[in-house]
Each structure stands twice: as structure tokens, then as C-alpha cells.
Design a protein around this ligand. Structure first.
Ligand code: TXA
Ligand code: MG
Length: 321
């Protein structure tokens, strides 16, 4: 057991990581549970602290583009184009791994997931280290991802020595994961970069591989991001009339249902999907802490970041809808 400290001391985070310990790190998407990506003992700790199945590989975080050719065998042209457009930023690239990438990191796969996170503290940390950082989201496996240092502490208190506090995550959804096949871009997880943003860079050559049954990105399991309180995606009025006497919380896009239910989190009154994305996981966590009977989420518009929001809500709702 550790006393889990929260602070902004990069030297302290660096020292723990160099000793093979794990540290919570801020990124623009969600907080990561970071360890030395080349050290199998640190990688094992990540799986066990998160209670994550060992078949679900980890993303390797690097500080700059030149690192990609160190850990990937080759960079397809489409990859370079997307990196130039969006890295550092909320996009992860699945590429053929070089032999120096540990099999434990990729769960035996020949491909490695690489990403440059866009957060000043973590970029400074990465440039101070002489190894890349493996980092899944810093939550117990299956729960809602953390978007503040406090969320990390709530989930992992006592299990890690330090959380580097970089404030609230500004994107609030995990990175978009892509791979490349015959000149096409394959999207494995929708996240902080939308389909349209990718299309604007690479044109029409996009396919989706978001399969739930045999996911190529195993984090795409159907039930994930789940609150303990049952969450359903339904018309709010309809549920309210059939649930008399129940304490209900609502997650809505623009509309305030506060008069109908116990509590309503309006994610963006002005209708901005980026703002809604940045608030989604905090809203889920706050409602989950209230001991409500159920959480009703609205369906979001299937455009821009709305698709990634709906994806997270559907996985959270999987057991209940
Ligand atoms: O925004 C993010 O990506 C955050 C921050 C911390 O960087 N990280 C994150 O990690 O969301 P995690 O572990 O929660 O999700 C990573 C996803 C999983 O679905 C995993 O299956 C997939 O990436 N993945 C990682 N390596 C892979 C590989 N070699 N092949 C296929 N999928 C991979
Ligand atoms: Mg995760």
C-alpha cells in the first residue's frame, strides 16, 4: 500500500517511474495510469492495479514524432499525414511493432499502439525520461475513465504513490484509435478526433472496425465505462412517467429536465459537442455518487464528437438497456 499523493512535481513523478512504480498522469483525453513501457514488472503492475485482463494491450505514450520510428517498423504515408495534422493530440496509431517493444505491452500482438499526448506536464515528463510510458486510462477496469486527479485518487487510492495533477482533461474522451491497410484508414475506437476530421485529411478511404464480439482493440468490449447505478438511454419523459417514486438523474445535451427529476446534468446548453464531451465522464461520476435509482441519458446527435459520446453511453448502458 502507498500513501497516494497528488501534486505537480515532475521530478517526483520521474523518480517513481524510474523505480518501476506507477504514476497517474494527465493527458488532454483522460488521466493515464503510467509505468515504464519497457519494463515488464511495471507493465504487470499496471494490469494488476487496474484489474485489467492481460489480453487487453496498453498504449505506449511518446513525447515526439521521431520516437515513432523507434517503436514501429514503418510509418505508412496516411499515418504521417494524420500525425502531422493531429499529434500531439487525441489520436492513437496501431502500427507493426519493433522487436524492442515488450510482448506484455501489446498482449502478444504484432502491433503496438502509439500516441503523443497533448498535455504540457506529461510532455515535459516524457522528455525527461529515457523510456516511453505505457498508460491505460487510470480507472479500475470497466469503470468510467478519470478526467481529474481526484477521480484517479477515488479509483486507485493506496495502490499508486503519486498522481501528477494537470487539472481537468480538456477533451474528456479517450483518443481515437486508427490503423492502416492498403492505403485506407481503419478506425477501431472513436474518440477525441472525429471521423470528419480524419476524412478532411485523408479523403474517403476510411473503414470502421468497431466490432464488439471480437474486438481488434479489446477495450471495445460491450460493457465498459459503466456506472454502478443503472444507466439507460431513453426518452426522458417516457421513463419519468413509468418510474413514479424513483430518484432519477438525467444526462442531457442542451435541455434542462431539472423540474421532472431529482437532478439533471446539462452537458452543453449552447449545443457544443466538444463541451459536452469534456463534461460527460464527470457528470456520470457525480450522478453515480448520489445513490440514485437510475440514470437516464439522452441520445446525442450522431455527428462530430456526438458519435463517440453515444459510444461511451451505449457501453455504460449495455447491461441495462
Ligand atoms: O486517450 C487515451 O487513449 C487514454 C490516455 C491515457 O492516453 N488511454 C486509454 O487507454 O484510453 P485504454 O487502455 O483505456 O484504452 C486503450 C485501447 C484499448 O481498447 C486497447 O484494447 C487498445 O487501445 N489497444 C492498445 N494496444 C493495442 C494493440 N496493440 N492492438 C489493438 N488494440 C490495442
Ligand atoms: Mg480505458
Amino acid at each position: 500500500m502507498f500513501i497516494t499523493d497528488i501534486g505537480t512535481d515532475i521530478a517526483k513523478a520521474k523518480a517513481f517511474l524510474e523505480q518501476g512504480e506507477l504514476v497517474g498522469i494527465p493527458t488532454e483525453t483522460v488521466y493515464g495510469l503510467a509505468g515504464n513501457g519497457l519494463n515488464p514488472a511495471a507493465l504487470s503492475k499496471i494490469y494488476s492495479v487496474k484489474n485489467r485482463p492481460q489480453f487487453n494491450p496498453l498504449i505506449l505514450h511518446v513525447g515526439n514524432k521521431s520516437q515513432f520510428s523507434r517503436w514501429a517498423l514503418s510509418l505508412p504515408e496516411r499515418c504521417t499525414q494524420l500525425m502531422d495534422a493531429f499529434s500531439p493530440g487525441p489520436i492513437t496509431f496501431l502500427l507493426e511493432k519493433s522487436k524492442d517493444v515488450p510482448d506484455l505491452l501489446t498482449a502478444g500482438s504484432k502491433r503496438v499502439a502509439l500516441r503523443i499526448p497533448d498535455h504540457p506536464l506529461t510532455l515535459e515528463l516524457l522528455s525527461a525520461l529515457n523510456f516511453p510510458l505505457a498508460a491505460p486510462s487510470a480507472n479500475p477496469s470497466g469503470y468510467v475513465s478519470p478526467v481529474s486527479a481526484l477521480h484517479v485518487k477515488q479509483g486507485l487510492n493506496g495502490q499508486i504513490p503519486y498522481i501528477l495533477d494537470g487539472g481537468d482533461c480538456k477533451v474528456g474522451l479517450e483518443s481515437t484509435i486508427v490503423s492502416f491497410e492498403d492505403g485506407a484508414v481503419i478506425v477501431h475506437r472513436l474518440g477525441g478526433i472525429s471521423e470528419q476530421q480524419i476524412r478532411d485529411v485523408v479523403g474517403e478511404e476510411i473503414r470502421f472496425s468497431l466490432s464488439h464480439a471480437h474486438p481488434e482493440a479489446p477495450g471495445q468490449l460491450k460493457s465498459h465505462y459503466a456506472t454502478a447505478t443503472p444507466l439507460i438511454i431513453k426518452d426522458v419523459h417516457q421513463v419519468v412517467t413509468s418510474s413514479k417514486g424513483e430518484r432519477i438523474g438525467v444526462i442531457s445535451f442542451q435541455k434542462d429536465y431539472g423540474k421532472l427529476v431529482e437532478v439533471c446534468k446539462v452537458l452543453s446548453p449552447s449545443g457544443d459537442l466538444s463541451e459536452a464531451a469534456a463534461r460527460l465522464f464527470s457528470a456520470m461520476r457525480e450522478l453515480d455518487a448520489m445513490g440514485l435509482d437510475k440514470i437516464i441519458a439522452e441520445q446525442f446527435p450522431e455527428e462530430g464528437l456526438g458519435r463517440a459520446i453515444n459510444d461511451r453511453l451505449q457501453r455504460a448502458a449495455f447491461r441495462n438497456n
